[in-house]
Design a binder for this molecule. Sequence first.
Ligand code: GDP
Length: 465
Amino acid sequence: MYIDRNDTICAIATGLGKSAIGKIRVSGPEAIEICNGIFIGKKRISEMETFTAAFGRIYDEGRQYDEVIALVMKAPHTYTTEDTVELDLHGGPFVMKRVMELLVSKGARVAEPGEFTKRAFLGGRIDMTEAEAVMDVINSETDMALNASLNQLSGNLRDEISDIREKLIYNTAYIESAIDDPEHYELDGYAETLQDTVNEILERLDKLLAGFDEGRLIREGINTAIVGRPNVGKSSILNTLLGEERAIVTDIEGTTRDTLEEYISLDGIVLKLIDTAGIRETEDKVEQIGVDKARTSISSADLVLLVLDGSDDITEDDKNLVKSITDKKVIVLVNKSDKEESFNADRIRDLLAKEFKDELPAIIEFSAKTGGGKDLLKAKISELFYEGHLDYNSEVRITNVRHKGLVVDAEESLRKVLQSIEDGVGEDFYTIDLMAAYESLGTVIGESLEDDLADKIFKEFCMGK
Ligand code: GDP
C-alpha cells in the first residue's frame, strides 16, 4: 500500500519529450509551502488566492532553475481535493527533472502512476467508475470511445448503481426491522413486493450487461474479418476503407495490441481488422488464401465481410466460404460493381438462402475502385451493431470487464433471493443475498474495494494523472 495521504506528491504531468511547456503538479498538505519556498515572483505562492496564476522564477540557494507560471488551487475544490500547485515550465526533460529533484529535496515525494486520481477517489470527490473513466478518456482513440468515457466520468454509472443499492439496503433494513419489531413492521405479503423489486433490479442490471458488448466494440473496435477467395478484391477494399480514415491507435501499456492489426474508423465506427497480415499477403498473389486460412480469422470475428467478385462466376470456394460463416454477423460485398456484372444480387440471395436459415445477410454492391457502396456499408454496420444509432451521450453502459464481473455476481445473488422466496424459506435468508448483491455493486463504485485491487487499478494510469 503506497498511499499516505499526509505526504505531498509531485509528478511531471505532461509528456516526457521536448515540448513548449511542461507541467509539474504538486499535491498535498505541503504543496503550497514547498512551492512557496522555491518560487520568487511578484506574489508569494502562500498569499495567492485559489485558482490564480502568477509569473515567477524557481530559485534555490542562489541558483535559478526556470521561469514558470504557478497556478495555485486550494483544497477541497481541486482534482485531488488537496492543495495543489501546478508549475508550467519550459518543456525540456532536463529542466523538468531538475525541478522535480528540487521538489523532492524540499520534502515532496514522486507520485506513483495514478496517484493523483487515487487521491481524488480517497478524497471522496469521485467514485471508482469515474476514476476508471479518467483513464478511459486518456486512452480514447475515437469519438465514440471518448463519448462513452465522458459519459461514465459524469457519474451516470455511479448514479444507476447507487440507486439500485439504495433499494437493496432499504429492503434489507425493512426485513431486519420486521424481524426485530414485528408489531410495527408487516411481513405479510412482503415476499411478493420484494419479488417485484428484485425482478425490476434484475432488469436494470440486465440492461447494463447488454450494453457491455456494445461498450467493448466502442472501446476496442469491431473485430472484422475480410474474407474471400484470391483476387476478389479484398486488399483493394481494405485500401479503399483505409483511405477513408485510418484510426490512430497508439500502443497502450497493458493492452495486447498486435502490431499486425489494422484499425479503420468509419465515421466513428471502429473496425479492427483481423489477420491483416494474411490479407496483405494476397496482394502478391503468391499465396492461395483458402477457406482454411479464412476460418481462423472468422472464428474470432464479430463481423465477417464476405467479398465476392461480381464480375466473375460464383465458384466452389465462394460457396464453401458462405457455408463457413453462417453463425456470424455477415455483410456480403459484391465487389467490382463498376465492371460488367457476371451475376446479380438475386443469385447471391439464392445461394445465401440455402445456408442462412434465419436472416439473410445484407448484400451490398461494392466497388473498391470507385468507392461505391461505402456509405451503405457504414449504415449496415451501424444497424448490425448499434441498432442504427451511434449517439451514446445519454445511455448508461458498462465498458469495463471488472464492472461486468461484479454485476454478474450481483445478479446471481439476486436470483438466489428469488429462489428463497419461491422456496418459502424465512425472510432472514433474503437479507444475506440482498447484502451480497449490495456489496458486489459497492465494489463497482469503489466502496468496500480492497486496497490491493484499488492499487492495481490505479497503477494502470499514466504518471502524473
Ligand atoms: P485479393 O486477392 O482479394 O486481395 O484481391 P486484390 O485486391 O488484390 O484485387 C485483385 C484484382 O482485382 C486487382 O487487379 C484489383 O485491381 C482488381 N480489383 C479489385 N477491386 C476492384 C473493383 O472494385 N473494380 C475493378 N474494376 N477491379 C478491382
